[in-house]
Design a protein. Structure first.
Length: 164
């Protein structure tokens, strides 16, 4: 028998509904102070319908939209609990996360990224590695530099096509 939409849910019911392990819900309680299930004897959790909507919204923002925990905390602070609950009910939508992922090469030494323009730090005669191993490592580094170049070119803004 299905419960009424207004009925309280146990952690196992909510976890099953959201397709998440129970420990994730417990963890989220430590990161999102707005999640406050009722706790009865023995510490058993009971989630109100609003709690479930909030959890659905948090799940959507984290897993569906790619926000970090800190990003969802910011949305809760700026937009409020009702907004995230509405996201959970599918009544609101959000834009992609505002901040771009950190460019791991942004502060890298350009000489490192372009080894053909620099002298080796250790001369081949001083190396503990064989010439063959050094050649393979240089080849791998060249491939990584090319991968970085390709990824950077893909990250460049592109024109968007009008939707049909």
């Amino acid at each position: 028998m299905d419960k009424s939409p207004d009925a309280f849910r146990t952690i196992s019911e909510v976890a099953e509904d959201l397709d998440l392990p129970q420990h994730v819900l417990r963890f989220w309680e430590t990161r999102f102070t707005h999640i406050k299930p009722l706790k009865r004897g023995g510490g058993r959790r009971y989630y109100r319908p609003d709690d479930v909507d909030l959890l659905k919204g948090i799940r959507h923002l984290l897993y569906g939209e790619g926000y970090t925990i800190r990003g969802v905390q910011r949305i809760l602070k700026e937009e409020g609990v009702r907004f995230v609950q509405a996201v959970g009910r599918g009544e609101e939508s959000v834009a992609a996360p505002r901040s771009e992922p950190k460019d791991v090469f942004a502060e890298a030494d350009e000489e490192f990224l372009a080894p053909e323009n620099s002298e080796p730090v250790i001369a081949a005669s001083e190396s503990l590695l064989s010439d063959d191993t050094l050649r393979k490592l240089r080849g791998a580094l060249d491939e990584l530099v090319e991968c970085d170049r390709v990824l950077r070119s893909l990250k460049a803004p592109t024109e968007t096509l009008p939707s049909e």
